[in-house]
Design a protein around this ligand. Structure first.
Ligand code: SIN
Length: 301
């Protein structure tokens, strides 16, 4: 073998076989009050037969929550909902959070992402919402108000599939380890040193296990992300960087992902405990206006 070939990074050819079990589990699911049409083998289902502008009884909300845990991201099309409907839907699943750094919509729990020529889309790195909080998010509900004709898709990746696909050696390496999550490398960048120090008191770095167990499904998920995880506790900087880089490569594997093409009035509801997402920033200088409501979750364990 030539030196050039030997020094090439290891490549994976062929099937990611563990996806077959995920697909079979999803194929076996049934919901009485709505249909879920799978959008990719690991995650992502379009829910048909639910009108988010109508009050929801507890049984329907429980079934949607079951679908969320299994499909990890649910899509709803043509939902002509008010902001109150949006908030009422999200509030069925937990307490709503107020984001301390992102621009607010008509009420404090609504985050408004209004992008155009001046305000550009910067959510194009893989992340799980607010993992820098001591108690991060259960899930987020994002609604499209204005979308470009093409572009501005959002991608999600299945962090359970990512974990299950890791080699036994990496699983052993990360088992029991804790990562530090911090807002300073994202929201902190635009702050003065003083403001950052003040906010740091309010939002100190969070310590979360690299592998968390989903509180409902009991399945394991990898829980580190490119924008909020600063380092792995107890490792020298270079080793922490190297291990995180290897893990982030796994997050980028297309077989674990679903990509959603937005239309006006589409809604996505995703589980932040078991997914990460990436908003493609390929539509500049066009307009893209979205509103997100985030639901508070539990302490990762
Ligand atoms: C986000 O990162 O929550 C925003 C996603 C998007 O705008 O598609």
């Amino acid at each position: 073998m030539s030196a050039a070939i030997e020094s090439h990074r290891p490549l994976h050819y062929g099937p990611r076989r563990h996806i077959a079990a995920i697909r079979e589990r999803l194929d076996a699911l049934n919901f009485d009050r709505f249909e879920v049409v799978p959008q990719a083998p690991c995650l992502g289902g379009e829910v048909r037969g639910v009108d988010l502008s109508k009050p929801m009884d507890a049984a329907l909300a429980a079934d949607i929550e079951r679908a969320l845990v299994e499909y990890k991201v649910l899509f709803f099309r043509d939902q002509k909902i008010s902001q109150a409907d949006h908030a009422a839907f999200a509030a069925q699943f937990g307490e709503l959070e107020v984001h301390p750094f992102l621009p607010e919509g008509a009420s404090p729990e609504v985050i408004r992402f209004a992008k155009d020529e001046e305000v550009v889309g910067v959510e194009n790195n893989w992340h799980s919402d607010v993992s820098w909080r001591q108690v991060p998010s259960l899930g987020s509900v994002l609604r499209a108000h204005e979308v470009p004709g093409v572009g501005g898709d959002t991608l999600w990746t299945d962090m359970e599939a990512v974990y299950d696909g890791l080699s036994d050696e990496i699983k052993k390496e990360i088992d029991g380890r804790v990562a530090i999550h911090d807002f300073v490398h994202t929201f902190g960048l635009a702050m003065s040193e003083e403001d950052r120090a003040e906010k740091r008191k309010e939002f100190p770095p969070a310590h979360h296990p690299l592998v968390r167990t989903h509180p409902v499904s009991g399945r394991k998920c990898l829980y580190v992300n490119t924008i909020f995880t600063s380092h792995i506790d107890g490792l020298p900087d270079d080793e922490s960087r190297d291990l995180l880089a290897r893990l982030y490569q796994e997050v980028e594997i297309p077989e674990y992902q679903v990509r959603f093409r937005w239309e006006k009035d589409s809604v996505a509801f995703w589980d932040n405990r078991s997914t990460q997402h990436y908003a493609s920033s390929d539509y500049w200088p066009r307009e893209r206006v979205m509103e997100r409501i985030t639901i508070i979750g539990d302490t990762p364990r």
